[in-house]
Write a protein that binds this ligand. Structure first.
Ligand SMILES: Nc1ncnc2c1ncn2[C@@H]1O[C@H](COP(=O)(O)OP(=O)(O)OP(=O)(O)O)[C@@H](O)[C@H]1O
Ligand SMILES: [Mg+2]
Length: 492
C-alpha cells in the first residue's frame, strides 16, 4: 500500500512542483489541497504524512496543525515555511510538527530526506501495529485464561488447528479444559456458523452408542419408536466433539473408523448410505498408546483421530495461571451473585491455592473458589473455606468427606424428632452412610477402594442424583463420575 501524502499550499505553483517531485516515487500517492479549509475536510482520508504551508489566507497552517495533532495524533506534519518566518516554523515544532523545510531550492533535497525518514518511521509503526494485533490474537482465545508458557503453546496449536479440517485429539487430565479448547477451535474455524455437537462416550450405555452416533430408523430395535437422527448427522457443516473417546468399545471403534474413512454412515436398521460433513475433535484423559498396546484401542482409528494432537498441561504445570484463573473465577462468580460482593480471598487462602497440586485441575479450582465464596462466614475467605487439604487425591477425598460430615453436624439440619420410621424393605430408602475414620479409635481400617465407593455414593445421594453437582463436590470430572457410578452399580 503506497503512503498517502497530503500537500497543502495556497500557492498552486509550489504545491504542483512538490507533488510532481514526490509522485515520481511509486511508493507515494500525493493529494494536493489549496487551503486550510479544504484539507480539514479531507482529514478523514487518513494521510500518512502532511506537508503543510504556514502562511495561507483563511485557516492558516498553525491552525491546521492544531487540528491534526488533536484529531490524528501520530500523523507526522512537516511545515513548509517562507524564508522570512523561520521562527514561526521552529515554534510550530513545539506544537507538534515533526520538522520543517523552507521554500527554497536547497531545501528540496532536505525534503526528500525528511520525507523518506518520516515514512520509514510510519512503516515501522505499521509493522508494530500488525505484530501487536497478531500477538493479541495469538494469545487471547475467547474464554481461555492463562498466560504461562505451556498455555501459550496450546494457543499456538489451537491457532493452527482452526485452519483446516484435520481431526484434532485433545489429551489431558480431567478438568484441564479439553472441552473448552474444542469449542475454541470450532468457534474460531470457518465452521463456526455450523453446530458444535458433543457426544460423551462414557455417559451413554454401550448398546445405545451406535444409535447415538449414527441415528436409527423407526422400529430398528425395541424402543426405537421413531426415526432418530444421530449426532454425526446433527453436526453437519459443524464440529462433532467425541469426549472420552477411549471409552468406546472395539465394535464401535470399528464402525467409527469406517464412517470416518468413507465420510458416510448408515443409521441403525437403515439401508440408506448418508454422507456427512462434520469435523471431528476428540478428547481423552487416558494413555492411548498404552491402550493400543493392551489391545483396547484400534491403532488404525488412532491414526484417523489423532491427525493433530493437542496435549493440555495439568494445572500444576501452569505456574501463575492458577492465580489468574482464581481471580477470574472469583470475579465471574461474584458478578453473577452480587450478594457476595465485598468478599475477598485472604492471603493464606491464596497461598493454599498456590501450594496445592490440583489433581482435578481447573474444574477443581473453579469449584474450590465458588465453594469458598459460598461457605465463608466473614468477608475474608480462609484457606479452610476452600476445603483443599491434601496433595493426594485419595486422601483429599477422605478429608473432604470428613469435612463434609463435620460440616453437616456443625451447621446441621434442625434436630429431627425422634419418631420411629416405619420400616422399609431396606433397598428403597437411602441412609447416609457414616464415614468411619481411618485407623485409630480401635476401628477397622477401610480400604481406599471402599472409601472411594462411599465417597461417590455419599456425594451422589447428597446431590439427589445430580451427577454434575456430585462430580463438582468431589472435584472430579463428569465422565469419571459416570464411570464410578456404573462401577459401583449406583447407576445402570
Ligand atoms: N483455561 C481456562 N480458562 C478458563 N476456564 C477454564 C479453563 N480451562 C478449564 N476451564 C473451566 O474449567 C471447567 C472444566 O473444563 P472442561 O470441561 O473443558 O475440562 P475437561 O478437560 O473437558 O474435563 P473432563 O476431562 O473432566 O471432561 C469448565 O468450567 C471450564 O470452563
Ligand atoms: Mg470434558
Amino acid at each position: 500500500m503506497p503512503y498517502r501524502i497530503f500537500v497543502v499550499d495556497d500557492d498552486e505553483h509550489y504545491s504542483r512542483m512538490l507533488s510532481y517531485r514526490l509522485d515520481k516515487n511509486p511508493d507515494y500517492s500525493v493529494t494536493v489541497f489549496n487551503s486550510g479549509e479544504e484539507v480539514l475536510k479531507g482529514l478523514s482520508e487518513k494521510p500518512d504524512l502532511i506537508l503543510l504551508d504556514i502562511m495561507m489566507p483563511g485557516i492558516d497552517g498553525i491552525e491546521v496543525l492544531g487540528e491534526v495533532v488533536s484529531k490524528l495524533p501520530g500523523v507526522p506534519v512537516i511545515m513548509v515555511s517562507a524564508q522570512g518566518i523561520i521562527d514561526t516554523a521552529v515554534e510550530s515544532m513545539k506544537l507538534g510538527a515533526y520538522d520543517y523545510i523552507t521554500k527554497g531550492q536547497d531545501d528540496l533535497v532536505k525534503l526528500d530526506t525528511v520525507v523518506k525518514h518520516v515514512l520509514e518511521k510510519v512503516s515501522m509503526e505499521r509493522e508494530l501495529d500488525t505484530l501487536r494485533k497478531e500477538v493479541t490474537n495469538k494469545y487471547k482465545i475467547k474464554g481461555l485464561i492463562g498466560e504461562s508458557a505451556p498455555m501459550k503453546q496450546v494457543y499456538h496449536l489451537v491457532q493452527k488447528a482452526v485452519r483446516g479440517d484435520l481431526t484434532v485429539a485433545i489429551q489431558g487430565e480431567s478438568g484441564t479444559g479439553k472441552e473448552l479448547v474444542a469449542k475454541a477451535i470450532h468457534f474460531n474455524s470457518n465452521r463456526k456458523r455450523g453446530p458444535f455437537v458433543v457426544v460423551n462416550c462414557a455417559a451413554i450405555a454401550r448398546e445405545l452408542m451406535e444409535s447415538e452416533f449414527f441415528g436409527h430408523e423407526k422400529g430398528s430395535f425395541t424402543g426405537a419408536h421413531a426415526r432418530k437422527i444421530g449426532k454425526f448427522e446433527q453436526a453437519n457443516e459443524g464440529t462433532i466433539f467425541l469426549d472420552e473417546i477411549c471409552e468406546l468399545n472395539l465394535d464401535l471403534q470399528a464402525k467409527l473408523l469406517r464412517a470416518l474413512q468413507e465420510g458416510e454412515l448408515q443409521r441403525v436398521g437403515g439401508n440408506e448410505t448418508i454422507d456427512f460433513d462434520a469435523r471431528v475433535i476428540s478428547a481423552t484423559n487416558q494413555d492411548v498408546i498404552k491402550m493400543i498396546r493392551a489391545g483396547r484401542f484400534r491403532e488404525d482409528l488412532y491414526y484417523r483421530l489423532f491427525q493433530y494432537p493437542i496435549p493440555l498441561p495439568p494445572l500444576r504445570e501452569r505456574g501463575q495461571d492458577t492465580l489468574l484463573l482464581t481471580n477470574y473465577f472469583f470475579r465471574e462468580y461474584t458478578k453473577e451473585h452480587p450478594e457476595f460482593k465485598g468478599k475477598v480471598l485472604s492471603i493464606e487462602a491464596r497461598r493454599a491455592i498456590t501450594n496445592y497440586s490440583w489433581p482435578g485441575n481447573v474444574r477443581e479450582l473453579k469449584s474450590a473458589v465458588e465453594r469458598g465464596i459460598l461457605i465463608s462466614d466473614g468477608e475474608a475467605i480462609t484457606a479452610t473455606d476452600l476445603m483443599i487439604h491434601s496433595t493426594n487425591p485419595i486422601s483429599a477425598w477422605e478429608d473432604r468427606m470428613t469435612l463434609a460430615d463435620a460440616a453437616e453436624t456443625h451447621f446441621s439440619t434442625p434436630p429431627q424428632p425422634e419418631v420411629e420410621l416405619p420400616s422399609t424393605n431396606g433397598s428403597s430408602r437411602y441412609e447416609t452412610p457414616s464415614i468411619e475414620p481411618l485407623g485409630g479409635d480401635g476401628q477397622s481400617i477401610v480400604s481406599l477402594e471402599e472409601l472411594k465407593h462411599r465417597a461417590v455414593e455419599h456425594a451422589y445421594r447428597r446431590c439427589d442424583g445430580n451427577v454434575d453437582r456430585a462430580a463438582v463436590e468431589l472435584g472430579i470430572g463428569r465422565a469419571t463420575m459416570y464411570r464410578l457410578l456404573k462401577k459401583y452399580q449406583l447407576m445402570s
